[in-house]
Design a binder for this molecule. Structure first.
Ligand code: ASP
Length: 329
């Protein structure tokens, strides 16, 4: 029996909208901004970096490019900036090393790639993407991930590349505080700064990516939420999330997936879903931080329960917006 076009369209369960979606890009540069530490000079530089990442990522979407390419592009710029805890400028481990984690997920296909504990990969987001696209696996760690990086043509650098004096000094402060037993080795880290991006492209497809150095003074091969699919990074056909904050709590609450499950199965607006997890579920466990969350209609939210969260977006108006301390959505 031949179906009429109307009947065929009514039966189509595909996620592709009939009209091109208005592209949206939302990024973060980490929660845990401390009001008193944010000097005007630092704020200016951070804002410029966020604006540059938004402009580069949004240009991909505007030209009809894929959300996956837009989040990759935005994260690349933030990893290359020394002002965020990802790529260059990553925080130091207890042993004075930089161990980097990253993940990326394609909402349309549920393909994902992630890496943890790499210390020579210039742009961990590119390695995460290569794991997704060029390996039969989802998650590679440590030396093995770097062996794979060589075969995938990913740029490796001398570990000294990641060092900044600011992050080195943060480690010295953390070590001093630990010696005074004021802070446990995996206790509350005040200098978050992970980077993340979520995007919706014209085809209506969502993607998410996150990249981080983890937490200052981490040890024993500690891995946080950022590279764990469903904890710090998640995307499906309905929703995309990148988290930042005290990773242990985002892992235990499977935060990113919880938000998307609330959107998909609970039919909750994305802002309500993100708020419930960031302002209720995670703090009840004892954690803090924030997320950026975006739905397939271009609605998004950027809740956080810290002093501030570096973040920005380009949505329906096509303009670049950046916010740090103020809650505006
Ligand atoms: N969530 C990251 C981690 O725990 C830290 C951060 O967001 O800055 O590794």
């Amino acid at each position: 029996m031949r179906l009429s076009l109307v009947a065929a369209l009514a039966m189509c369960a595909c996620a592709m909208p009939l009209e091109a979606a208005v592209p949206v890009l939302v990024i973060h540069g980490g929660a845990g901004v401390i009001r008193k530490d944010l000097t005007p000079e630092k704020e200016k530089l951070v804002r410029a970096d966020l604006e540059a990442a938004l402009a580069a990522g949004y240009a991909v979407l505007k030209e009809g490019g894929a959300s996956l390419d837009a989040v990759t592009k935005a994260i690349l710029l933030l990893e290359d900036s020394p002002r965020f805890n990802a790529g260059k400028g990553a925080v130091f481990t207890h042993d004075g090393r930089n161990e980097l984690d990253s993940a990326i997920m394609d909402g349309a296909t549920l393909r994902a790639g992630a890496v943890a504990g790499v210390h020579r990969v210039k742009n961990p987001v590119l390695l995460a993407r290569a794991v997704m696209e060029k390996s039969p696996h989802v998650f590679l760690a440590g030396d093995g991930a770097e062996e794979f990086a060589k075969t995938a043509g990913i740029e490796l650098v001398d570990p000294a590349y990641f060092r900044t004096d600011a992050r080195w000094n943060e480690l010295q402060e953390a070590l001093k505080a630990e010696a005074k037993a004021q802070q446990s080795s995996l206790g509350r880290a005040i200098h978050y700064g992970t980077v993340g991006a979520v995007a919706l492209d014209k085809a209506g497809h969502l993607a998410a990516a996150t990249s981080t150095g983890g937490m200052t003074n981490k040890r024993w091969g500690r891995v946080g939420d950022s590279p764990i699919i469903g904890a710090g990074t998640y995307a499906n056909a309905h929703c995309a999330v990148s988290a930042t904050g005290w990773g242990e709590y985002y892992i235990r609450s499977v935060a990113a997936h919880d938000i998307c499950a609330r959107v998909e199965h609970g039919k909750q607006p994305v802002a309500k879903a993100a708020d419930a997890v960031v302002m209720d579920v995670v703090p009840k466990l004892g954690g803090d931080g924030g997320v950026i969350a975006l739905d397939a209609n271009g609605n998004f939210a950027t809740p956080f329960n810290t002093d501030g969260m570096y973040r920005g977006w380009v949505d329906r108006d096509g303009k670049v917006h950046v916010a740090i301390l103020e809650k505006i959505d």
